[in-house]
Design a protein around this ligand. Sequence first.
Ligand code: ARG
Length: 260
Amino acid sequence: MIRSSFARSFCLLLSLMLLATALAACGGAKTSGSTIDQIKKDGVLRIGTSPDYPPFESLDDKNNVIGFDIDIMTEVATKLGVKLEIVQMGFDNLIPALNAKKFEVMAAGVSVDEDRKKAVDFTRPYMAGNYAIVVHKDFSGKVTKLEDLKGKTVAVQIGTVQADDAKKIDGITVKEYNLFTEAKSAVSAKQADALYLDGTVGDAFVKADKNLKVIAELPAQPTAYALRKDTPDLTKYITGVLDEMEKNGKLDQLVQKWFK
Ligand code: ARG
């Protein structure tokens, strides 16, 4: 009698423990996989970008969005087994739109910036480079840092770290444009003295516009993808895909394709 009631309680305890473990496992899987589950259910990964920033993202002659970021995100979508949808808007609208759930990933050559970390989470960086100052070929004068542009007009895109940096320097007149391509055209047409942007993009603009030259290279923040704070499973997943692409050489292939 004592034995069997002990056995019964033991059995009950064991079943309760198993139930608790099973429930914990279900609950755990649900919270940790919820964004990815939803994306798989919808069959689509939505990314937001401002396609004015070659070779990260730009428009081809048929107005398709192409670039390094797009190839990486295509790889992520393929791995998830879903299609990629690209939402386009000006760079300054991207963080609000991401947080308003218009898309899940901001893929826009985004600099990892402490201020932005208050609003979004970042994947691991996938690019480290420099920022650049680009001027018209006719520009003369020595420029090695932003301060050397005092008294000059600097063209940037609204909402970028370059806009913030330039505004911090007294004596620089900052001209902000919706698109970096517009800021570039302004310098090319001598409507602004200098363009301040990511170095690889400066190189791409200079290659395509013979009026321009790079005059200085400055230290930069790394580049990563920004995601909502409530989608940590997806942030982790993309970091994992980047790790894998680094190991299997795919990341390097894309660097060769877009940056050389
Ligand atoms: N790296 C800079 C930043 O994060 C500029 C990014 C601009 N990107 C773009 N797709 N227009 O502020």
